[in-house]
Design a protein around this ligand. Structure first.
Ligand SMILES: [Zn+2]
Length: 120
């Protein structure tokens, strides 16, 4: 579909997705993620404080943390040495993690963290 963005998933996301999202809902969540457009991304404000590099979307009681590579590269490169965003395809999303509401980000992703490297 035009206007949607390519996405990559971290291993943390893939593992937690199976833990926190019921089997019969998984297809819907992946569908939602695959239909995020550039307009959506620009409308979603970044989180605050140490998580300011990231954006969040809500699905049911789940919170999905992601980053938009163009913003990562253009605004945050000096703070956050991200090695995953490909400068040749910045209009991409990296889906970082998923947690239920309430426990979201207890296991905080800190600036400078390394993503797991096995992309789907
Ligand atoms: Zn990046």
């Amino acid at each position: 579909m035009s206007g949607t963005l390519p996405i990559a998933y971290t291993e943390d996301f893939k593992n937690n997705f199976k833990i926190y999202v019921k089997k019969n809902k998984r297809k819907n969540v992946i569908y939602e993620l695959n239909h995020i457009t550039l307009i959506d991304v620009k409308r979603i404000t970044n989180l605050k404080g140490p998580l300011k590099f990231f954006k969040r979307i809500t699905y049911g009681s789940s919170r999905i943390l992601f980053l938009y590579c163009r913003q990562c590269f253009e605004e945050f490169a000096k703070y956050f040495n991200c090695e995953q965003c490909d400068t040749n395809s910045l209009d991409q999303l990296i889906i970082l993690d998923i947690h239920p509401r309430g426990t979201a980000y207890r296991k905080t992703i800190k600036p400078g963290f390394k993503f797991s490297t096995n992309w789907r």
